[in-house]
Design a protein around this ligand. Sequence first.
Ligand SMILES: *Cc1c(COP(=O)(O)O)cnc(C)c1O
Ligand code: SF4
Length: 344
Amino acid sequence: MPDGTLRTPDALIGAGLLTEADRDAATRVAARYAVAVPPAFAALIEDADDPIGRQVLPHADELVTAAHELLDPVGDAAHSPLPGVVHRYPDRVLITPLLVCPLYCRFCFRRERVGPGSGALSGAELDAAVAYVRARPAIREVILTGGDPLMLSPRRLGRLLRALAELPHVELLRVHSRVPVADPGRVSAALAEAMALDQTPVWLVLHANHAREFSPDAANSLRRLQRAGVSLLGQSVLLRGVNDSVAALEALFRAMLRARVKPYYLHQLDPAPGTARFHVPLAEGQALLAGLRGRVTGLAWPTYVLDIPGGFGKVPVGPIYLDGDGVRDPSGKSHALAGPPASL
Ligand SMILES: *Cc1c(COP(=O)(O)O)cnc(C)c1O
Ligand code: SF4
């Protein structure tokens, strides 16, 4: 694909993002996991181990699978009734129309499956996925994810969104994407138009992990989607060396808000193979979020969630302010809570 995206150790060394000393490990990593860095994202990298480079540049540690790591950490397979469909909760369903991404995160929870050669659903499989939703009136929301649905052509994305929006019980459409920050030039007028539906709310949940991802071009691409009537939420993964400080999280969530993106979820890292170098313990994550409370606008506060390994669902994991019969304030001081008498 002659779009300037860096996809091989050679290309990354040529661009000055890796050195000859990295070649051997990078070659072995690239043989196992997809690699891609679009030029706009490469331009944000100052050195290989900075918060942007760490997310996308192959690293020797990826070749080591830790004992707790799982091939399918969130249990997609156990909840997949047909290709490209994951149905775990009664009111909402995931459809993965393709497994291609604009870049490949080194910590990706679906890293065993995503990649440039990974199958897009065939026309018949996509029809079957839509038929699955049509046959289940309990489904109110369809979430397009992948891979990255904004890697579809505007025509195909628009056709899929409209086919789903036509189903009377589908009240919401959601699209999970990294494209607006990873490769903002892809957010063309035609793509924004494809996402503009009159009758059905469309939410785009942007995956971004560091304030520097919000370049002027990224902000413009988000503005274009928002002007088309798309509501914007943010999701981030808590990552060692990327956003594991109060200052980095504050900057990230403030950058989201300036781009009209409401922080929705901060994910605990899923234990996919070879991702241990990004792990931040839960207690540390709780302390980091607590560091924002009371000081930073509540709009900047995402829900910190853990997808229970093995496929048992996502749950909020704090920080928790209730403390026995009392409650802690943002500074950590406990206060008793008096309620009305039990006879009321
Ligand atoms: C994360 C996820 C969802 C969406 O969950 P929300 O809490 O509504 O954001 C839906 N289905 C599956 C299988 C998921 O993993
Ligand atoms: S954008 Fe999402 S699906 Fe794609 S590589 Fe990154 S984490 Fe994985």
